[in-house]
Design a protein around this ligand. Sequence first.
Ligand code: NAP
Ligand code: MG
Length: 495
Amino acid sequence: MSAQLDWHQRSNQLSIEGRAYIDGAYVDAIDSETFACINPATGKALARIASCKDADVDRAVASCRGAFERGDWSRMPPLERKRILLQFSALLLAHREELALLESLNVGKPITNAFNGDIVSAATTIQWYAEAIDKVYGEVAPSGHAMTTLVIREALGVVAAVVPWNYPLSMACWKLGPALASGNSVVLKPAEQSPLTAIRIAQLAADAGIPKGVLNVVPGFGETAGRALGMHMDVDAIGFTGSTEVGKLFMQYSGLSNIKRIGLELGGKSPHIVLADCSDLDAAAQSVAAGIFANAGQVCNAGSRLIVDRAIKDVFLGKVAEHAARLRPGDPLDPDTRLGAIVSEKQLDRIMSYVESGTRQGASLIAGGRRAREESGGFFMEPTVFADVSPDMRIAQEEIFGPVLSAITVSGADEAIAVANASQYGLAAGIWTDNVKTAMNASRMLRAGVVWVNCFDRGSMSAPFGGFKQSGFGRDKSLHAFDKYTDWKSIWLAH
Ligand code: NAP
Ligand code: MG
């Protein structure tokens, strides 16, 4: 990032598109309704956004279906789709400043994180699937001599991607990458809080050469645009990231409509275990703090439950509390800020209600716990740590989705694993130990889709990501993500 760049100044020159993108053009909602898009760092409106409803979703789905049947994308040779998607990825990077600024203004995340993290991750995702798609082979089944049986992957058709507000662009690209690369058409519905980058990239996709109708973007509310997609008779699959509560609704929509396939990346309450034999408590404490305070705790795999051995509890909690005290919320457009805003006033109120619940149920607040930067008009909060949490408290069981760490004390690895698994969720888990046997045993025993040993929140496009239990099913990232957007067809040739 150029050190000289003044992001405030740059934001004054920004023009923000708030319309839907349907069938190759930016359009208002059919009923012309709009809603306000709020900057959570100031509480002020940034733009008016088209509020799409059933009729708009019908148009978008029809546009997707038309493109899919026309075949100019779905039947394009993979090598060609690859070329166009690589161009799309390059355009995301070419517009990195603008997209980072839109993302930071829209959801209050530090500009440095948006610029170095979110936008690069989005572009990398599209690039990865572009590069993969001409290397995915089918099979020849061993069906007998007078027969050749081909087993090939086929795109499903119209995919709806319904995504959350915490990493708006990179979550969208986790769906767009494999869905588009495999030849589907996609309707993207961003969260009501975070529509700006989704709307912007529709034009970049078109500029890259993605044909009309292959990508439509319908901003709007979950109860209207989201539900219309879930219930639509001509949507073949849903790629969803969001809360467990809404994930359950999508399963119902599917059963009530056309049995569309559903991939669900849902919530979590991920345990971060630190055992007494961990020799590098400084590294572990830094990891625990980063695991819950990154993105202000608005992370599906946030390590929101610290499970720490009694023998090291006091020393360790002291170190974590120090990290919390050092991390001050700041202006997201200041390149030095590491902790930004909470996405909305409603979300901040929700987090604060959990702080009250923790205190009421008898946990000890050892860091933070208050709103911050109220003079900004925005929604900020101090990094917060609760000690003396018992596993049945609400702050130990429910997803808070904010910078609040709940520390539970245990004795030994077995109790740590039992407490870790006593959750409705199973997205991710971390464990710090010097003993390789303990590490391997715990990795197998922890019921989670991702386990980190002596690290936390590591990832790359090469490894799948997703949950067990009520954290959902299906995997984003890696070649396994193609399973959500394609299906197998057997072709029998008698000879
Ligand atoms: P959310 O409320 O479940 O919303 C997710 C998406 O679903 C949004 O686009 C939302 O639209 C839509 N939606 C809401 N109500 C709906 C309904 N009745 N019918 C159809 N669609 C509906 O989740 P969020 O608050 O945006 O994000 C936070 C949640 O996402 C957390 O639980 C977090 O753990 C989870 N998450 C999971 C992962 C993962 O990979 N596992 C990653 C990131 C986040 P509106 O916003 O317009 O209501
Ligand atoms: Mg919502």
